[in-house]
Design a protein around this ligand. Structure first.
Ligand code: ATP
Ligand code: MG
Ligand code: MG
Length: 553
């Protein structure tokens, strides 16, 4: 019964536990390359690996796959750690492939001595030309049968930085006729005269992914190394390298694959996201339009919403496109439970309550009907208010349950008002709506009049108390569903030029004290979050998501 609800990755582990694995050997890792910020695709992998850690009470390492100094930076390491922590996961050890450079080098020497690796002195073009095709075998390099002594001497020279970039590479000596092209003498090391963000100038040679990854898994004694499907053909090489270093009694990790996730209306490749940043199409990796964890955080997403999303889309064996509106559903669901309700007007229309004779009064408003502990606050009411422009029409049919001339609505937490007349400018634009209020209808007053039912309830703010705020409204970053699906076209052609709209809105004064990342429901509009650009002078909000799914409507 139980196994039915397990995903295929969990089934693999359960099978292993029925075989010769004990629970104690289970160990996982999340292995990002620090060449960019984490994105929503990584959240799937994080949720998978750390989720398995929780399920089996097993350690999970955070391993930086930092073998390419040309692309990697400390800034990315820091951002990745911050994002994994923010998502709510705790790693067992913080590891770096670069910490294993000496061990990997020692093993490479052993492979050379064993006749399993050689230094090739051809150009990369020559090597590529000999690779063959899936149906045509490759050709052996003229340097393939160098003596062990010559190989050791050349590899030593590479290591000491005595050779140029591109002059020599170290290759595994496997089989140039192998059906799996990756087994045709893959490159293990290349020379790079570039400082590394952690090892500085110590190394002049850097290991390739295939050589570094499996051996790093072995060093950390990872039991199951999960990666995305494009690494399936690499599995044979992963195992070949492990066999070469295996000693009797060793426990070897196993690689298994799951499908990379794609998401509608965005791209999730660090390289492509980096270009958006470099070209200034977005303001940074944490631009609220970015599908990065940091962008989603700034936009107002919660860790729980991202975890729930990753869990609910699950793990797949085949690639497909996940609709981002499902992520929006998840954040709406979470924010509905936790976000305090406030009133904010984003497209103001002035109304004047002509028979209101007080200076002002403070009314009680419930903070969150979904949370009985959320309490209440006071909101100011006065003679001049803003309501949403779209909430008033001079005339409208019976289905328009908002304000129209001669009809009544309730102002949330306040009174029932009736629209009496409009004041217009010379062009006929409505400047003000004059209303009257029924002072016996105050919300919560318990009077018979206050129980009176009217169809519509509107949000509002008192003009003299309201705080003007910058409000950033977002649309999708790309105007097509799969911007990088068409190999003939550049994904940048599909950038939506209207993905950001900045407006001024007016919010109730309780928001004066709000802090960066605080989240609110602007009643009847959507969820909003305080942006980091907020200052003592100006509140800045990001719209996280509307109250309802409105795409395509
Ligand atoms: P990118 O193209 O974004 O750089 P990557 O796979 O090279 O992707 P890594 O930093 O190596 O990025 O990824 C760390 C882990 O996250 C890997 O195990 C990788 O398989 C996984 N991962 C990355 N992107 C996705 C995705 N879109 N869906 C699921 N898992 C992903
Ligand atoms: Mg990678
Ligand atoms: Mg990558």
């Amino acid at each position: 019964e139980e196994t039915k609800s397990l995903n295929f990755i969990e089934q693999i582990i359960e099978e292993d536990l029925k075989g010769n694995y004990t629970k104690e050997v289970l160990k996982f890792r999340f292995p990002p390359e620090p060449n960019g910020y984490l994105h929503i695709g990584h959240a799937s992998s994080i949720n998978l690996n750390f989720g398995l850690g929780k399920r089996y009470n097993a350690p999970v390492n955070l391993r930086f796959d930092d073998t390419n100094p040309a692309k990697e930076e400390q800034e990315y390491v820091d951002a990745i750690k911050k994002d994994v922590e923010w998502l709510g996961f705790t790693w067992s050890k913080e590891c770096y492939a670069s910490d294993y450079f000496q061990q990997l080098y020692d093993w490479a020497i052993a492979l050379i001595k064993n006749g399993d690796a050689y230094v090739d002195s051809q150009t990369s073009e020559e090597i590529a030309a000999q690779k063959g095709t899936p149906t045509k075998p490759g050709e052996e390099s003229p340097f393939r049968n160098r003596s062990v002594e010559e190989n050791l001497a050349l590899f030593e020279a590479m290591k000491n930085g005595e050779t140029n970039e591109g002059e020599h590479v170290l290759r595994a000596k496997i089989d140039m006729t192998a059906g799996n092209m990756l087994m045709r003498d893959p490159i293990m090391y290349r020379t790079l005269h570039k400082p590394h963000h952690r090892t500085g100038n110590t190394w002049k040679i850097y290991p390739m992914y295939d050589w570094a990854h499996g051996e790093s898994d072995f060093i950390e004694q990872i039991s199951h190394s999960f990666c995305t499907l494009e690494f399936l053909p690499h599995r044979e090489l992963y195992n070949w390298f492990l066999k070469k270093i295996e000693k009797p009694g060793d426990f070897l990790p196993k690689q298994r694959e799951f499908a990379r996730r794609n998401f509608s209306h965005t791209v999730v490749s660090k390289r492509k996201l980096a270009k958006l940043v470099q070209e200034g199409i977005v303001t940074g990796w944490d631009d609220p339009r970015m599908p990065t964890i940091s962008g989603l955080r700034r936009r107002g997403y919660t860790p729980a919403s991202i975890r729930n999303f990753a869990t609910s889309i699950g793990i797949a064996k085949r690639e497909n496109v996940v609709d981002l509106s499902h992520l929006e559903f998840c954040v709406r669901e979470d924010l509905n439970k936790i976000a305090p309700r406030v009133m904010g007007v984003i497209d103001p229309l002035k109304i004047v309550i002509t028979n209101y004779e007080e200076e002002e009064e403070w009314l009680t408003a419930e903070n969150n009907p979904e949370d009985e502990h959320a309490g209440s606050r006071q909101v100011p009411f006065s003679k001049e208010l803003y309501i949403e422009r779209e909430d008033f029409k001079e005339e409208a049919n019976r289905k328009f349950f908002r304000l129209k001339l001669g009809k009544e609505v309730r102002l949330k937490n306040a009174y029932i008002i009736k629209a009496e007349s409009v004041i217009k400018d010379a062009e006929g634009n409505i400047l003000e709506v004059h209303c009257t209020y029924d002072k016996d209808t105050k919300s919560g007053s318990g009077t018979e009049a206050s129980q009176r039912k009217v169809k519509g309830t509107l949000h509002w703010v008192s003009i003299k108390h309201a705080i003007p705020a910058e409000i950033r409204l977002y649309d999708r970053l790309f105007s097509v569903e799969s911007p990088d699906a068409d190999k003939e076209k550049d994904y940048l052609e599909f950038i939506n030029p209207n993905s950001l709209e900045v407006i001024t809105g007016y919010v109730e004064p309780s928001l004066q004290e709000a802090k960066v990342l605080d989240k609110f429901q602007f009643q009847r509009i959507g969820y909003f979050c305080i942006d980091k650009d907020t200052s003592a002078k100006k509140l800045v909000f990001n719209k996280t998501v509307g109250l309802r799914d409105s795409w395509g409507k």
